[in-house]
Design a protein around this ligand. Structure first.
Ligand code: SIN
Length: 494
């Protein structure tokens, strides 16, 4: 499938995974009550792909009711039964991985090989959380009074509202929904307006896999605020999980306070990629390429600031430039393409403004620096040297294929600069000196550190940040706990 361009019939088949103009809520595939729709377009050329319902407060209210009754029966199943359902859904994703990957490249733009990787990565959360469902243990505690026992039992938090981002439209949904379902919760998903097709395809496959109706509902919308406020204001909805910007995360957290919902927030990052002179430069360049250019730089965990020890700065910059020259931009459906279009014009403008700001403040552009043409949906892989902390490329998440390098002198200097940000999601460190690796990993203020590796995401490990990057963990055994609340039972009269 990756050695040739998919045929029109294959693309048609991928799109047919999603029913025309229907969302799944309140027990049925149906349109929005007022008949409103919007069209999902290919970011490559703005060609329309499919119309979907434009849901709003009315649909959200119906979904909450349906979700509440579905949750009662879902939590009553045995853990084994929930695990079996998640397993069947996992298998359905894998059975349809080729179509799902095509759908993702069509609506999101990432190269097909990456889309396929994401489908498998996304499926892995369903497998993982299905297994974890059977291991959500309680405890007994030595009692404080004779004739009593203390039991602590894990219970599902209940109905959940989940908002997923466009950059990983499948994996970010399964990472949340898999954990919620394992715990016995029901979920209402609001996918990003750019990528609702993947979310709708997933719920269709869940239905085919025999998951009960309304345990997962998907409500696409172009107006997230009024729709999500219905979830936020409802006392029936007990949990909010959001992946997206820090600004929106702060707003959602404030709103969630009114009904005191549990909150998980996976927000922006500003990952430092620190290369010490004790690094293996080849491996550091390989890691930099993976971390920086995955999904065209549109990941929360991608390297945003390259800090390189002065002695190896020229060698690293040269090797990175050579590797970057090999990247090919184009239609992600074509074999051999490494970089697809950015998601939309706003994303392109942001990247352009970051590069312009860096150049105005003294950075040197040695590769790329612009779109190939003024109306192009691509941004050329860009290498900026001599960046500094006052530049936007160092202060904010660029979310594009721009590598900005800055030299540092000592380990203390590197650590101080790496931590000089309100964000704290991921960090990358390259050094062959194990003592240095551990010292720096311990000193970094963030939720995740990769040492001598460029990709750290996996269903088995806890993904999440600290500081302005949010709270809560996804994936791993910790991911399920976000959807579990404890009940203490004191058993007397024994
Ligand atoms: C993200 O960008 O938020 C997630 C990327 C990942 O799971 O690796």
């Amino acid at each position: 499938m990756l050695t040739r361009r998919p045929t029109p019939a294959e693309l048609e088949q991928a799109l047919s995974l999603v029913p025309d103009n229907q969302a799944f809520y309140a027990g049925a595939w149906q349109g929005a009550a007022q008949g409103k729709t919007f069209t999902v377009c290919n970011p490559l050329n703005q060609q329309p792909l499919k119309a979907v319902p434009d849901c709003g407060p009315d649909e959200a209210a119906l979904a909450i009711q349906a979700s509440a009754s579905a949750q009662v029966s879902w939590r009553a199943l045995t853990a084994r039964q929930r695990a079996d359902g998640l397993r069947r859904w996992y298998e359905a994703l894998l059975a349809h991985e080729a179509e799902l990957a095509l759908l993702m490249t069509l609506e999101q733009g990432k190269p097909l090989a990456e889309s396929l990787g994401e489908v498998r990565y996304g499926a892995s959360f369903l497998e993982w959380f299905g297994e974890e469902a059977k291991r959500i243990y309680g405890e007994t505690i030595p009692a404080f009074k004779a004739g009593t026992r203390i039991l602590v039992t894990p219970e599902p938090v209940g109905v959940c509202a989940i908002a997923t981002p466009w950059n990983f439209p499948i994996a970010m949904m399964t990472r949340k929904v898999g954990a919620a379902l394992a715990a016995g919760c029901s979920v209402n998903v609001k996918p990003a307006a750019e990528t609702p097709l993947c979310a709708l395809a997933l719920v269709r496959l869940a239905e085919q896999a025999g998951l009960p109706p309304n345990v997962i509902q998907v409500l696409p919308t172009t107006e997230p605020e009024p729709l999500f406020q219905v979830f936020q204001q409802s006392p029936v909805v007990r949990k909010l999980s959001f992946t997206g910007s820090t600004k929106v995360g702060q707003l959602l957290m404030r709103e969630a306070a009114t009904t005191l919902k549990r909150v998980s927030l996976e927000l922006g990052g500003n990952a430092p990629f620190v290369v010490f002179e004790a690094a293996d430069i080849r491996s550091a360049v390989q890691g930099a390429m993976q971390s920086k250019f995955r999904n065209m730089g549109q990941t929360c965990v991608c390297a945003n600031r390259f800090l390189v020890q002065r002695a190896i700065y020229p060698a690293f910059a040269h090797a990175l430039a050579e590797a970057m020259k090999e990247l090919r931009c184009g239609d992600g459906l074509e074999p051999g393409i490494d970089q697809g279009p950015l998601i939309h014009a706003r994303a392109l403008h942001k990247v352009e403004s970051h590069v312009a700001d860096a150049l105005a403040k003294g950075a040197r552009c040695v590769l790329g620096g612009s779109r190939p043409a003024s109306d192009s949906p691509f941004f050329q892989p860009t290498l900026l040297l001599d960046a500094s902390p006052d530049m936007l490329v160092f202060k904010e998440e660029t979310f594009g294929p721009v590598a900005a390098l800055m030299p540092f002198d000592s380990e203390e200097d590197a650590l101080r600069r790496a931590n000089d940000t309100p964000f704290g999601l991921a960090a990358y460190v390259y050094t062959q000196n194990i003592a240095q690796a551990l010292r720096v990993a311990e000193g970094l203020e963030c939720g995740m550190v990769a040492i001598n590796e460029g990709i750290l995401s996996s269903e088995v490990a806890p993904f999440g940040g600290i500081k302005a990057s949010g709270m809560g963990r996804e994936g791993s055994r910790h991911g399920v706990q976000e959807y579990v609340q404890l009940k203490y039972v004191l058993l007397g009269g024994l």
